[in-house]
Design a protein around this ligand. Structure first.
Ligand code: EPZ
Length: 425
């Protein structure tokens, strides 16, 4: 990963359209789901990101042939999995790689996948994934940092599974293992993120029988065979939310490609702050309120449809510029306030106590050198640097490149003075 940084000269007049790309967190599981069944697939509206490139290397190491048709489309040819081991070198780069376990168990009855490391925002265990697999008749062994799974009597058996927590990854991994199991699988307390719906719609288009999509309880009737297909990924609701915050902070920005149904709790909170907006006839999101009129609010991150943890750091940047004070309670990850000291270096007045942050409104940020700790925190710091007078440096931008397609290019196109520089380390 290049150790790069963004050099930003802030307080420029930004004017123009920010276009939302395809969903990273729908693309990753859907790409991985092509492991389940042989054949040729076409996937469209895939964002051009570091994480996608990392995943492609992993899937090719397992035997898939992947061809990039254009910036956002791919052809995947699955002639069978030739290697059941997903190596530490590849899995450590992106923990979503652990999602290959379910499809490999469905395809060939066994899998050996490196335990994903934790990351800056938390320990990120996979116990719920493994408990789900065991419920489907998989023997699990963990040794030397790898999870080895083998299907008993060579047949995954449908079963009832109740998730202790609506984990996005566990839900996706279990669904992908269950679609070809014998009999019916019922999964209670599933995650209901739109990316799960997109994965289920993709699998159903392949001939899977998944009912209850989006309702918190899935009923999956196992089928003998699935059939490859062509599929277009949904827009990225987290990128959309990030761009909407930019549009609130800079009057001249409009956002194209917003799916408002995926952002209801986020938009409710913005309205509570005093934000008003219109969606014009071309589906263009246009903010009509003024930044200086906004007031502080309370936010609590929750599983979907609650307020998304991935928009916690971007909305924190906006809260810094609102009148009065705001509060954020982070309930999903145990350590997702690492952007707080970085924003405070830029003049923010935020205090944290365990998983609660209190944000006092300030007039504006002041330019500084700061460091990204995760992809969303990086975006929050870029927004702050764009707003204030002077030169800021946002370091560790490989985090941002993981989740935002051509962010600096898109911002330059609307008048931002932002360029990639080498990070002084
Ligand atoms: C997905 O991560 C997303 N990543 C994350 O987005 C997102 O923040 C998260 O869901 C929550 O919405 C992808 O989709 C690739 P979880 P995931 O399993 O699946 C605990 C981004 O910015 N847990 O719902 O890892 C876990 O520790 C990324 O794109 C267990 O305890 O999230 C965490 O505290 C960051 N045991 C909580 O659940 C398990 O077996 C939520 O995790 C699994 C999870």
């Amino acid at each position: 990963m290049g150790v790069g940084a963004f050099k930003i000269i802030g307080n420029k007049k930004l004017e123009g359209i920010l276009e939302v790309e395809g969903s990273k967190n729908a693309s990753l599981p859907i790409f991985i789901a092509t492991l389940i069944e042989k054949g040729t697939y076409i996937l469209k509206n895939i964002p051009d990101l570091m994480d996608i490139r990392t995943l492609i290397k992993l899937l090719e190491s397992l035997g898939l042939e992947i061809e990039k048709l254009d910036k956002n489309s791919y052809k995947i040819i699955n002639n069978g999995i030739t290697n059941i081991e997903a190596s530490y070198e590849l899995v450590k780069k992106m923990r979503a790689s652990f999602l290959v376990m379910g499809p490999m168990l469905a395809h060939c009855g066994e899998a050996k996948v490196s335990l994903p490391g934790g990351c800056a925002i938390g320990a990120r265990p996979v116990d719920l994934h493994l408990k789900g697999f065991e419920n489907l008749g998989v023997e699990i062994k963990i040794e030397h940092g790898y999870v080895y799974g083998k299907v008993k009597d060579n047949e995954l058996k449908g079963n009832k599974i109740v998730l202790d927590f609506p984990s996005v990854g566990a839900t996706e991994n279990i669904i992908m293992a269950a679609v070809k199991s014998k009999g019916t699988t019922i999964i209670e307390n599933v995650a209901r993120e739109p990316e799960i719906d997109d994965l289920c719609n993709f699998l159903n288009k392949m001939g899977a029988k998944i009912e209850g999509i989006g309702e918190g309880r899935l009923i999956i009737e196992g089928v003998e065979k699935l059939y490859p297909c062509e599929y277009e990924i949904i827009p990225d609701r987290i990128v959309a939310g990030t761009f909407i915050i930019a549009a609130i902070m800079f009057e001249g920005i409009k956002v194209k490609g917003v799916c408002v149904e995926h952002l209801e709790s986020f938009l409710m909170k913005l309205k509570e702050m005093g934000v008003t907006y219109e969606i014009d006839k071309d589906g263009l999101f246009v903010v009509t309120s003024k930044l200086e009129d906004l007031k502080g609010v309370k936010v609590k991150t929750m599983p979907y449809p609650g307020f998304p943890t991935d928009l916690q750091s971007p909305i924190m940047t906006l809260m810094c510029l609102a009148k009065g004070s705001s509060e954020i309670k982070e309930t999903i990850f145990e350590n997702r306030f690492m952007h707080v000291p970085e924003l405070n270096r830029m003049g923010a007045e935020i205090t944290t106590e365990k998983n609660i942050a209190v944000i006092k409104g300030i007039k504006n940020f002041s330019s500084a050198q700061v460091m990204s700790s995760d992809l969303r925190a990086g975006a929050a710091l870029v927004l702050a640097a764009l707003k204030c007078e002077g030169e800021s440096i946002v370091n560790r931008i490989y985090h941002i490149d993981r989740g935002y397609e051509d962010l600096d290019k898109k911002l330059r196109n609307i008048g931002a003075d932002i360029e990639r520089v080498k990070e002084e380390i």
